[in-house]
Write a protein that binds this ligand. Structure first.
Ligand code: NAD
Length: 494
């Protein structure tokens, strides 16, 4: 494994980019011949020009996926046979961690220290976990009594369309692909236009692992043409989406306008982190910094609202500001960097715009500057606003950057009321030494995951997803298979 910054830079310089569409087991150009540049946000340099898929390419990919599904080359394999292929894929991902990690780091700016120890190994782990689970699940027989045999079978849906964002390019694709493929479906994946490179390599590795041609197709392209075409396609059985709430709603509309395909949106968040007076303030402050600064705050479940008991607000804020020192901003290929640039200029403009809004709504307690480095102005400092009114825009709208809004509360009821006063319900954290309070507050919080005395608790074993406008459906865990399969009753009279 690469161990020094110099090694990572050398490897990055020699990196190979796959930049075609991956359809029917091979790379090809887009039908209309279009290409788009994918840019390294660390230095604003073009990495490569990627084939730009449009509706014609989505048609070709869906047709390929449908052929593969109908002839049973994958859907007809036993769960144990599918497991073997996906375990080989997990092993190949492990062998290629440096390259996969570099692709995400160069494409969207996350620190190599994270992509090589969290994202890429995580992808291998999630494939392995879902592969190992799939031949442990039993179907059911209904308790009809003699003379009737009513089998309740779990069957794959068919062709899955998957549309994913850029914040964890490899892992967001994996969270969809691992359960979709394990259950026997064929997939057309559209990665985000900001970060298509790791998904293309993943498709190549899946082929090498023995996934039959046509079962996994990857069509890079823009949301409004390739993404929309997939959402509207009459031969797609289910559309799984991770991204913004606005686009999640569009997919529900596309479904209604086309074939009523199932739509499973995993969308935005504005997750609250509740710090009570009896909390371990030092640990809470250290983890609050992680909760908003990890991946430069470009995390759907980022703890972007900090609700703190008024009696400890000052002490907590001081410790939190001190804790940001452990998050150096810089070149994502430098192993010392913990916060890289934001994904692209347009997004950095948007986050900087929220910092300006914040200056008019609350008191800037830390950071707030945008920095230009190596020709890119996508670097934004850890930014903390204090005494933010709960109705301020920076306390209500998803910023998706390193901007934290601190709001004091007076008692437990006040804390729960402010926490739940949001259109989102993805995640929440609670810091207290009082177990009864932890459980009672967890009961009342509207969130898909509540982390107690930690932030962003997550594993392959536990479902991840939201409530309210954070979407529905769950990624990860045994429950993720529900999205990719239908229950079929086969009733035999004897
Ligand atoms: P986005 O919604 O802009 O884009 C997501 C995907 O949708 C991309 O592939 C994009 O090309 C596609 N898309 C965009 N416009 C489209 C359209 N009109 N029709 C069809 N497809 C379209 O989101 P983003 O900026 O890439 O990612 C950030 C968002 O993702 C944040 O809101 C974040 O909270 C959310 N997110 C949610 C989760 C979760 O699990 N809930 C996880 C990660 C990110």
């Amino acid at each position: 494994m690469t161990t020094s910054t110099a090694d990572w830079r050398a490897r990055a310089a020699g990196l190979k980019f796959r930049n075609g569409l991956f359809i029917d087991g091979a790379f090809r150009d887009a039908a209309k011949g279009g290409r788009f540049d994918t840019v390294n946000p660390a230095n604003a340099q073009v990495l490569t020009a990627v084939a730009r898929g449009t509706a014609d390419d989505i048609d070709a990919a869906v047709a390929s996926a449908r052929r593969a599904f109908n002839d049973g080359r994958w859907s007809g394999k036993s769960p144990a046979e599918r497991k073997e292929v996906l375990l080989r894929l997990a092993a190949l991902i492990r062998e290629n961690i440096p390259e996969l990690a570099l692709l995400d780091t160069l494409d969207m700016g996350k620190p190599i220290g994270d992509s090589s120890t969290i994202d890429a190994p995580g992808s291998a782990h999630f494939f392995q976990w879902h592969a190992e689970a799939i031949d442990k699940l039993y179907d059911e027989i209904a308790p009809t009594g003699r003379g009737d045999l009513a089998m309740i079978r779990r069957v794959p849906l068919g062709v899955i369309g998957a549309v994913v964002p850029w914040n964890f390019p490899l892992d967001m694709a994996t969270w969809k692909l691992a359960p979709a493929l394990a259950t026997g479906n064929s997939v057309v994946l559209k990665p985000a236009e900001q970060s298509p490179l790791s998904a293309l390599m993943l498709a190549e590795l899946a082929s090498e692992a023995g996934l039959p041609d046509g079962v996994l197709n990857v069509v890079p392209g823009f949301g409004e043409d390739a993404g929309r075409a997939l959402g509207l396609h009459p031969d797609v059985d289910a559309l799984v989406f991770t991204g913004s709430t606005k686009v999640g709603k569009l997919f529900m509309t596309y479904s209604g306008q086309s074939n009523m395909k199932q739509v499973w949106p995993e969308t935005g968040g504005k997750s609250p982190n509740l710090v009570f007076a009896d909390a371990d303030i030092e640990k809470a402050a250290e983890m609050a910094a992680f909760g908003i600064l990890f991946n430069s705050g470009e995390v759907c479940s980022a703890n972007s609202r900090l609700l703190v008991h008024r009696s400890v607000q000052e002490e907590f804020t001081e410790r939190l500001i001190a804790a940001t020192a452990a998050w150096p901003l810089g070149d994502p290929l430098d192993l010392a960097t913990r916060m890289g640039p934001l994904v692209e200029k347009a997004h950095a403009d948007r986050v900087a715009g929220y910092i300006d809004i914040g200056r008019s709504e609350a008191r800037l307690a830390h950071g707030g500057e945008r920095e230009t480095r190596t020709g890119s102005d996508c670097y934004i400092q850890p930014t903390i606003f204090n005494n933010v009114p709960p109705d301020a825009r920076i306390a209500r709208e998803e910023v998706f950057g390193p901007l934290l809004a601190i709001t004091p509360f007076d008692d437990e009821a006040d804390a729960v009321r402010i926490a739940n006063d949001s259109e989102y319900g993805l995640a929440a954290s609670v810091w207290t030494k009082d177990l009864s309070r932890a459980l009672s507050v967890s009961d009342r919080l509207h969130a898909g995951t509540v982390s107690v005395n930690t932030v962003d608790a997550l594993s392959a074993m536990t479902p991840f997803g939201g409530m309210k406008q954070s979407g529905f459906g769950r990624d990860l865990s045994i429950h993720s298979f529900d999205k990719y399969s239908a229950l079929k009753t086969v009733w035999v009279k004897y």
